[in-house]
Write a protein that binds this ligand. Sequence first.
Ligand code: HEC
Length: 163
Amino acid sequence: MKPRHPQFAATLVGALCLAGVALAAGPTKSPQPKPAADQRAPLVLLDAERHLVLEEMRNFLAVLQTITDALPREDMKEIASAARSMGSGAANQIPPVTVAKLPNEFQVLAGGVHTSFDLIALDAETLGDPKHTISQIGEMLQKCNACHGIYQIKVGSNLRAGK
Ligand code: HEC
């Protein structure tokens, strides 16, 4: 059986298609901003401050490389001097005005890493036991990982960050 009004039928099909497309596209509200993929707490620092903190981080990693390189050779002197370079004596490389922007928890974890380096240096000299050094490094890495799990750095001009 032929439709009596083929043009009308075609228009109806077209209209239904358009409605379908509109429905599929969903309501035309302004799109919500997607939540950031990185949900760690932001530390808002100036660009230069971020650079200083990240530079210290890379120094941590470089010293760990020196230590793991010296471990199989059991070069406890080199281990001690490398660890000491990142000990409490090195903790004041970040200016107080920047430190003041960092939350207490951050400062405690960072202080813990510097103290760990102190102890690694001391024990390398006095005990000279590479296995002991390795277990100390393992413990210290927990602090590195703990902090990395909590914070990220954002560049901005807020006076107090992350509090
Ligand atoms: C008190 C907190 C804290 C501790 C402790 C800490 N880090 Fe970090 N680290 C950070 C933050 C925050 C960043 C930046 C992360 C981001 O913005 O994604 C970072 C970044 C880094 C980076 C990347 C540097 C770059 O140039 O991008 C390295 C490497 C790193 N950390 C190594 C270490 C090592 C190794 C340790 C332990 C010996 C350590 N960190 C301990 C907070 C910490």
